[in-house]
Design a protein around this ligand. Sequence first.
Ligand code: Q46
Ligand code: ZN
Ligand code: ZN
Length: 304
Amino acid sequence: MKCRVCRGPAVVDVRRHNAAFCPDHFVRHCEDQVRRAIHDHAMIHEGDRVLVAVSGGKDSLALWDILVRLGIPSDGVILGLGIGEYSEASNRCARRFAQDRKLSLHEVDLVEELGAGIPGAAEATRRAPCGACGLSKRHLINTVAHDHEYDVVATGHNLDDEAAVLLGNVLRWEAGYLGRQYPVLPTSPGFVKKVKPLVRLAERETAAYCVVRGIDYQVDECPMAAGNRHLAYKDVLNTLEERSPGTKSAFLFGFLERVHDRFAGDSSEEREGLRACEQCGAPTTGDMCAFCRLRVRVTASKGN
Ligand code: Q46
Ligand code: ZN
Ligand code: ZN
């Protein structure tokens, strides 16, 4: 295997591009893909204050590293999810990454904000933990970004994540979700703009990027992920990709370039008619936002 660029020994192959790369040119490849995603979707503009949503895993740390290498000054934010040793190890990776590079990392503790970590929240709602986790992340990260006046929140969703979410939404023809599934969610009152600069990189590539760059990341899967439907969608897509490299990106980018517009109308209306949450002031359709309702349930479950 030889590097496509310099013909030196290659360490990573990227079958959907029919290419292999040496370490230096692989890093260059990842930077190029991120730069292209940022440019194609007008994700980040000169002078924007960027906040990276960090989990301690490979994707978000690769993203933070690439943004900094591209000369885009970025701070990080991480939540303490309260999932035992898994959360502690994840946060240690993020902290070390930030300290080594003298980057600024905001830390928010879910137990303090909600009254329970993810396991307690799942118990209180009697639902799968990922629902409470997703809504807590969206709420708290947007709150940090809004309060500290960041222009953009960047998340580490990669090509595999986006293709799996798309497959799930297509299988159920979730028109509203399909309308919102885009690498950029523009700003609106109370919501900071959200972007996904890793959308052109596969999971395998972000992992290889961290290895090549010597980034120490949380390698364990979240212990609460079992039963998460997206894992099954990822398996299906991996099987298809194995047989026919390029399937995932053709699926996702075909949708983004040729189909998404037809659904886009369904989502913009949802952000209209919002008012301030009576508890925390966040934008919401009812009296209280979903996060504050979750907190009320957690508090009530403790009383029982
Ligand atoms: S952290 Fe949270 Fe994930 Fe764990 S509980 Fe589910 S959503 S699987 S990205
Ligand atoms: Zn090379
Ligand atoms: Zn609220």
